[in-house]
Design a protein around this ligand. Structure first.
Ligand SMILES: Nc1ncnc2c1ncn2[C@@H]1O[C@H](COP(=O)(O)OP(=O)(O)OP(=O)(O)O)[C@@H](O)[C@H]1O
Ligand SMILES: [Mg+2]
Length: 268
């Protein structure tokens, strides 16, 4: 199953959700393909490919430009997590991105160009249990490439007004344009609340608004705001590399992965 992870709001935790859901899924034996559709290339770095590594690599930019059936296979690389995550890293592959993925936006006016990632993943994504597509915080061409290649959409947001609005815009955009994207059944099937700080009244208030807006689509528990998670993100490490302080978060992502698996099982 291919899942586009999106919000029309930056810094919501989209890339974080993908990296650590991939960790949780791979830890239970699932094969995960992570697709970086953001020229910021944050997901690529977090799975072990920094800017210097990416210079000479074939990335999503070339794959989308090539527009050849299955050509993403030529660009896939393995997750580079080491130590206690080395074994599970063998079950995570990455289609990396570089800043020049931005160049694909210029092709948006070409008829059918939004289908190019879908074409490139044909026969490739099927080798994985889950494909997680990391969309940039826009509704533009790069996100549309992701949506046109996705079976379903998961939104990530902080319990704050602008984040909820960004998530609603994605939901409404999908509903309005899914037919044009060649995915007439595309819809939101999950909402992850991230960076929840239960000491903040604002977060409690907006967590209620998220539930009022998205109802049963909201996955639980929310991902709490934790320094250890920011540290893992900064160091491009899996959570299990951060020892005891990260254990509660491993459980949070395992529980969220359970909810993703329900969708997987339903899709079979
Ligand atoms: N649960 C959390 N606890 C603490 N810090 C967090 C948490 N989630 C995210 N962060 C912080 O927020 C930053 C942004 O997260 P992330 O890169 O996952 O967001 P994003 O939605 O992918 O952003 P963008 O829209 O730029 O792609 C991280 O670098 C990290 O510092
Ligand atoms: Mg991101």
């Amino acid at each position: 199953m291919r899942i586009a992870v999106a919000n029309n709001k930056g810094g919501a935790g989209k890339t974080t959700a993908i990296a650590h859901l991939a960790e949780a899924l791979a830890a239970r034996g699932r094969r995960v393909l992570a697709v970086d559709l953001d020229p910021q290339a944050n997901l690529s770095r977090r799975l072990g490919y920094g800017e210097a590594d990416l210079t000479d690599m074939v990335t999503a930019a070339e794959v989308v430009a090539a527009n050849q059936k299955g050509c993403a296979a030529d660009a896939l690389v393995g997750c580079r997590w080491t130590g206690s995550a080395a074994d599970l890293a063998t079950r995570i592959d990455l289609l990396p991105a570089r800043y020049d993925l931005e160049a694909r936006v210029a092709e948006a006016g070409q008829l059918g160009s939004h289908e190019r990632l879908d074409v490139a993943l044909t026969g490739v994504a099927e080798d994985y249990d889950v494909t997680l597509l990391d969309c940039p915080p826009s509704l533009g061409h790069l996100t549309q490439l992701g949506l046109a290649a996705a079976d379903t959409v998961v939104l990530v947001l902080r319990p704050e007004f602008d984040h909820l609005q960004g998530a609603i815009r994605v939901r409404d955009f999908v509903a309005a344009y899914r037919r044009h994207l060649g995915r007439p059944d595309l819809a939101v099937s999950g909402v992850i609340v991230n960076e929840h700080d239960r000491r903040r009244g604002l977060h409690a208030w907006h967590t209620e608004s998220v539930t009022e807006t998205f109802g049963e689509l909201v996955w639980s528990p929310p991902v709490p705001s934790r320094a250890v998670l920011a540290e893992a993100i900064d160091a491009a490490q899996p959570l299990r590399a951060r020892g005891a302080p990260a254990r509660p978060l491993l459980e949070v992502f395992a529980t969220l992965a359970d909810q993703l698996e329900v969708r997987l099982d339903a899709a079979v």
